[in-house]
Write a protein that binds this ligand. Sequence first.
Ligand code: HEM
Length: 512
Amino acid sequence: MSQFTYEEVEKHNKEGDLWIIVDSKVYDLSKFAGLHPGGPNVLYAANVAGKDATDTFFGLHRHEVLLRPQYARLQIGVIRGQEEIIKAPLPGSLSKVPYAEATWLSDGYYSPYYTDNHRMFQKAVRKFFEEVVRPEALKCEEGGTRISQEVVDRLSDLNIISMRLGPGKHLKGRYLMEGLVKPEEFNYFHELILHTEVARFGTRGFVDGMLNGAVIGLPPIWNYGSPELQSKVVPEVLSGKKYIALAISEAFAGSDVSGIQTTAIRDGGYWVVTGTKKWITNGTFADYFTTACKTEKGLTVILIERGEGVSTKPIKTAYSPTAGTAYVVFNKVRVPVSNTLGEVGKGLSVILSNFNHERWMVTASSVGAQRVIVEECLKWANQRIVFGKPLTSQAVIRSKLGKMITRIEACQNWLELVTHQMNNMSYNEMSNKLAGQIGLLKQFVSRCGRETAEDATQVFGGRALTVTGMGKFVENYHRTSGFDAILAGAEDVLGDLGLKQAMKKMPKDARL
Ligand code: HEM
């Protein structure tokens, strides 16, 4: 790289001969000026042309702009004796911005929950996600395409698809994250790391598109399916060769699951299933549907394979079509009775058995996404100069930032406490003691998330309204944080569940 002095750069300060300095690097924008998305004229301004435009640049662009190959090659040299200050983070590295990482990941802080193994696991997961999954997430979120088979294969090689379903017998004999964690050591904190890390991409549609259908649709197979069904379907899904979706909600029934109208009528050794499911995550590309049906004897869950009589069509939602949200139509689909999951008429307990984990998972990714927004706002408020001073010099902005930090820390700490309970409880204990608390936690986290989305939008102003550029993550979060309040159960219903569960446990002699 050539080395220049400020005086040398300053001579190139006009149309056709235009250099600028950003963070000690010298860029020749002579030809690029005419192509500059922000227009050429802004580049000829007296405080920009031939000058150190670092502060002006970072008031208008994300650092990643300079890293894109087409712009990186505009650099012709550096300022003699100076070094760049703003470095691109290395894949897998932790942010040094206060509160940008959970406390357990922040230098000099402690946590009772995480071991060295969790730390190694987190580092490896973040590095892999940033190198392999993040580029895919950005592409799919923007283009609305489903996750590619190539990335699914990489996820399955590391057994990430299996690990996202939590600790359990499905991990037995598997080589997790290249042997970094033994199946018997894998616990809910490892899983929590996976869910929070994937949410860091700021691509809410992709979080669901990264096979969340399996996280919620597969457990009923291994908990309630016949051995034959398990030995066929579980390996297919965990290896990423087939996709599965949970098909419960309908236009007729959301949180009120018992209101579903899809019917399954016995005909010899078959069920004949007819009905329409709505909002089915991964439904557009699923091969299997874990489906709640109404039968003569009551609610029954049946595994339906895509085939004759099954059709899906995408539903346009506020988030990206990469999630594969679908209407699923079953038109007199003949399904072998051996595909019944659990007892006929006992479908509600099959469905409920899944809910705690699903709600906790949505909460975990919601917390991961919220933390990224806190980091975005802290960085932006620090670098944005307004009325000649950084945004942080405004008390109203500092107040918003303080509330954001308070919320994310409260959410994270409660989530970790609940996760610790899950690690120490049997499945039945969890259902008994945690269903209500997870409902309240999810309600709290999704409400905090939306308050933070509102505050972040105010901090970023107009930039939070555009899909690209400076505020793109805030825009995505503001548009999609409401999903966390609805998916896996509407927050008001869940909050109420929490209260009802608590009321059931009131001691008979409780009096003031
Ligand atoms: C290496 C130098 C530069 C490159 C590669 C560059 C590139 C870009 C790109 C890609 C955008 C589109 C928005 C985005 O993706 O963030 C943009 C927007 C913009 N740029 Fe630059 N730019 C450079 C320097 C500057 C400088 C020195 C100024 C100083 C005034 C400037 C002013 C703007 C403005 C006003 C916008 C529009 C921002 C908005 O709509 O919010 N650019 N630039």
